[in-house]
Write a protein that binds this ligand. Structure first.
Ligand SMILES: NC(=O)c1ccc[n+]([C@@H]2O[C@H](COP(=O)([O-])OP(=O)(O)OC[C@H]3O[C@@H](n4cnc5c(N)ncnc54)[C@H](O)[C@@H]3O)[C@@H](O)[C@H]2O)c1
Length: 359
């Protein structure tokens, strides 16, 4: 193995803790620096993680030791930071979504095309054993020819637990842009890219109330749809029905199901790395839990960076920009369809990322 890929984090808010917990387990990447518009947050990371330097955003972007910027800022800042990183000759790995709009996402991919750097993007949960075991079951023909899928997220929204939930309720947020990347990346991993979509959406409350942290009780405005439902027509003919809501209390529906000619599959939560995959075959009376057969075992947020570091130059990483852009276009098109009342064709295509063998 060559030198590890040196990582500099920009954006040290809520999610940084999950990445910091993963770094010690990764062999091909090394955390070297952290930055935030709030310097105290970068310093807190440096304090927790010996050897990491707290820098200003500009200094991190100019730092010769940093090979890749891990962009954990809020969605409206994703493209701007990614473009700055690429402009500084660094690879970038964004938290999801790739950008707040497809226009911005396209700028990121265009910038990468003319630079000797790479772009990766969360979610990397789809590289875990849950989604990968489900994918192997489909690829091995356990459900026969796949026909359809459902994907369901039904929650009251993040404001009960997130101390600064404002970004969830502006364009670039909402249940679709926030949680859709997990579900739609999983659907593309399982069934391939999407050719067209039909969407419908609603927006129930003008404000939401923060439920925890120093701003508890403060009301924040809502300027995005908070319930989105739609149909994804995959290139290979399957139809996925999705339901993404911050206007529900709870659900007992499977997060994802895939139905084929001879079997139905319950797929675990795509916001997790593991979970049981259950199969019921035509004529069978019971659901059976499939043995774990693919994916990164006991993985956690950040495994996509390791995967990127181990992807040969010139090849698209599994948690790569092409998939993230396709997912972003699908999400934005669902919202366009909801406004116009017509089906929207998806222009971008991506390959199904290569399957992850049991690792
Ligand atoms: N919170 C979660 O559970 C969670 C889970 C998975 C993914 N994510 C994703 O992670 C990203 C960050 O979410 P979060 O919950 O950590 O948000 P957050 O608001 O807690 O943290 C964002 C951090 O980025 C900093 N920041 C914002 N704009 C910046 C800029 N232009 N330059 C430098 N720093 C900047 C902020 O100061 C803040 O410290 C989002 O894309 C979100 O979708 C969050």
């Amino acid at each position: 193995m060559g030198q590890p890929l040196n990582i500099g984090i920009i954006g040290c808010g809520t999610i940084v803790a999950a990445y910091l917990a993963t770094f010690p387990k990764l062999k091909s990447v090394r955390l070297v620096a952290a930055a935030d518009i709030d310097p105290l947050r970068a310093e807190a990371v440096a304090h927790k993680y010996p050897g990491v330097r707290a820098l200003s955003v500009a200094d991190l972007l100019a730092d010769n030791e940093v090979d890749l910027v891990l962009n954990l800022t809020i969605p409206v800042a994703h493209a701007e930071i990614a473009l700055q990183a690429i402009g500084a000759g660094k690879s970038v790995y964004n938290e999801k979504p790739l950008a707040a709009t497809t226009g911005e996402g396209r700028m990121v991919l265009d910038a990468v095309r003319s630079a000797d750097v790479r772009v990766g993007c969360a979610p990397d949960t789809v590289l875990g054993t849950g989604i990968q075991t489900a994918r192997k079951a489909i690829d091995d023909g356990l459900v026969g020819a796949p026909i359809s899928a459902t994907a369901t997220l039904a929650t009251p929204g993040p404001e009960p637990w997130h101390p600064n939930p404002d970004f969830y309720y502006v364009p670039g947020g909402g249940p679709l842009l926030d949680m859709g990347p997990y579900y739609i990346s999983a659907l593309v991993t399982l069934l391939g890219p999407v050719a067209s979509v039909i969407g419908a959406a609603s927006h129930t409350r003008a404000t939401r109330t923060i439920g925890s942290g120093p701003r508890q009780g403060q009301r924040i405005p809502v300027s995005t749809d908070t319930h989105v439902t739609g149909i994804l027509a995959h290139v290979s003919g399957q139809l996925s029905t999705i339901f993404m809501s911050f206007d529900a209390v709870a659900t007992e529906a499977a997060r994802i199901e895939v139905h084929g000619e001879t079997g139905s599959l319950v797929v675990p939560d795509p916001n997790r790395f593991d979970g049981d995959v259950r199969l019921r075959v035509l004529g069978g009376k019971e659901w059976q839990t499939l043995p774990v057969s693919a994916g990164y075992v006991e993985s956690s947020r950040g495994i996509g960076l390791e995967d990127l570091a181990n992807t040969a130059k010139g090849q698209e990483p599994r948690a790569g920009g092409q998939l993230a852009f396709h997912v972003l276009e699908v999400m934005e098109s669902l919202l366009v369809s909801a406004r116009t009342g017509t089906a929207v064709a998806i222009e971008s295509r991506c390959d199904r990322p290569p399957a992850v063998p049991l690792t």
